[in-house]
Design a protein around this ligand. Structure first.
Ligand code: GLN
Length: 273
């Protein structure tokens, strides 16, 4: 384990300890938490696991391909999801977006739309915590929706999760809430991101010249949808522009910070008066 962690560290990979633990947990088919309390006494199993771990870690170092894609799975909101290169890897801060919606609405029959659902991470986390909700997972990528569907199926949610292949200005007319983690990286910023990000689907990240193209389109489109609540994620430093876009639509809003106290989310309500 220490060797694995050292290899990763020398290759300039941050979070090297966490990643080496994730590889071992994956191979042992247990959670990372369980790893610390586990003891394996069979040397042959151990040898075998270490060889496989070594192979994954060497591939990780030489290619800089994200670990989530090498393992084909990633955890979000305590839920293990299938992940491949057609979907963005769910980020821990997006869990705040999930919490925001869960805090806002109780478990009564509601219909939500997750725009740009990708792996279905946000929708699945919500549905697992609210037995009476139904969510439409909209995405422009059919390949992403196949993964989202698979994830919903894995957790027995296919009766309440509805994948729909469509653009942001989709044919929806009403819902109780909209949640969206749309692409918000500006085209110029994209080339400066760490090498791992280049393995992720560009169309899930690139939000046009200032990164705000999709969020702007969503807010515009939402005017035609009968809904009162929207929750969105945006990029570092975009809060002033985001506020402007929301105000142009004459909505009320609150900006919410991520774990590092950086403004990253907006909860938006249409004015009822
Ligand atoms: N959080 C991602 C990043 O910083 C971007 C996700 C997105 O564009 N929605 O790489």
């Amino acid at each position: 384990m220490t060797k694995a962690s050292k290899l990763l560290e020398n290759a300039g990979i941050p979070e090297s300890k966490i990643e080496s633990e994730l590889v071992l947990a994956y191979l042992l088919e247990i959670s990372r938490g369980e790893l610390s309390v586990m003891s394996i006494n069979n040397d042959t199993i151990l040898q075998n696991i270490f060889e496989q771990a070594d192979e994954i870690i060497r591939k990780r170092c030489s290619t800089r391909k994200p670990l989530a894609y090498l393992l084909g799975q990633w955890e979000f909101y305590g839920i293990l999801l299938d992940i491949d290169e057609n979907v963005l890897i769910p980020r821990p801060e997006t869990e705040i977006l999930v919490d925001l919606i869960l805090k806002k609405f109780p478990d009564k029959p509601l219909l939500g739309i997750d725009i740009g659902t990708g792996s279905g991470a946000i929708a699945i986390a919500l549905l697992k915590n609210r037995k009476n909700w139904r969510i439409i997972g909209a995405d422009i990528s059919g390949k992403a929706l196949r993964i989202a569907r698979k994830n919903a199926e894995r957790y027995g949610l296919l009766d309440r999760f509805f994948p729909v292949e469509c653009d942001i200005c989709a044919p929806f007319d009403r819902c109780d809430f909209i949640v969206a983690n749309l692409p918000y990286v500006s085209t110029g910023q994209f080339d400066k991101l760490q090498p791992e990000v280049r393995y992720e689907p560009r169309k899930a990240l690139d939000g046009g010249s200032n990164g705000l193209m999709f969020i702007r389109n969503l807010l515009k489109a939402s005017a035609k949808i009968e809904t009162n609540f929207l929750a969105i994620e945006f990029g570092i430093g975009q809060e002033i522009e985001i506020a402007k876009i929301i105000e142009q639509n004459n909505y009320k809003y609150e900006i919410i910070e991520d774990y590092a106290k950086i403004p990253r989310f907006a909860s938006i309500e249409k004015r009822t008066e």
